[in-house]
Design a protein around this ligand. Sequence first.
Ligand code: ADP
Ligand code: MG
Length: 299
Amino acid sequence: ATPMSIMVGVGRGAQMGVLIKNAEALERMEKVDTVVVDKTGTLTEGKPAVVAVEPATGHDARELLRLAAAVENASEHPLARAIVDKAQADMVNRGEDSTRLPEVADFDAPAGKGVLGTVDGRKVLVGTAGFLTSQNIDPSVLAETADRLRRTGATAVLVAVDGTPAGVIGIADQVKTTTPAALAALRTEGIKVIMLTGDNEVTAQAVATELGIDRVEAEVLPDHKADVVNRLRAEGCVVAFAGDGVNDAPALAAADVGLAMGTGTDVAMESAGVTLLRGDLNGIAHARQLSHAVMSNVR
Ligand code: ADP
Ligand code: MG
């Protein structure tokens, strides 16, 4: 494409909330046949909130939330924020001082798994079933509760205290109001849509079914998101990847076109050729139309 037609395309994109950083991204967009989308913060709002606190037999809901929140207070993860916010809101409702979450020691946060630490002398683990298993705690007494929450599309966060499963916290994140129309536009264009997430298979399937997405790659650890993109490219697909998080940066860079959410992290935007302002996925179809207009001007 000529520099002039690219400039016009970039300008038209900006008017529609599609910020195009490099000409290659604009040129390649019309050839994209596969769109891989991160779930949390991309298809959904990325503002998760606690919807259920379910203690295991012999455990107390308030204590479960208090211990989990104390450990999550040291984490930046959106799920951690949801747990801390809920614990503090409950404390305010009871007339307690919401700043008084207990201190955490020996904190650790293995990426894509959860957090652990010592609170009031007790060892607390918060995260996936696999995380508990990896710490030699059998999570099976929590499986039924966790799956019930997951089938509603919520993320089940498991909690263990002193080596024993203590309960499950259900956390839900709303689908963006713009997402269904954006996916419909891609489907009309015959584009394959694949959901990619670190979240549990059952939760991912529930959200995918609600959105009519038939291909899901779940329980993908942060380091492996780019591998999925590379595998699809090796199969001959022209891949756009849409994501918002720090974890998404390698996949954004590996894709033929990286699409970052303007509502996401700076790292994601730096790694992407295109930024969708307000995180509106309708920008993907808009970018393809622009690309087609710019490239057919040349031909
Ligand atoms: P996503 O790909 O959906 O953005 P991540 O890769 O960050 O998710 O995390 C994958 C999974 O690991 C989450 O769905 C959650 O079950 C678990 N997890 C990660 N961090 C935390 C945390 N701080 N507290 C509880 N669970 C966590
Ligand atoms: Mg995300």
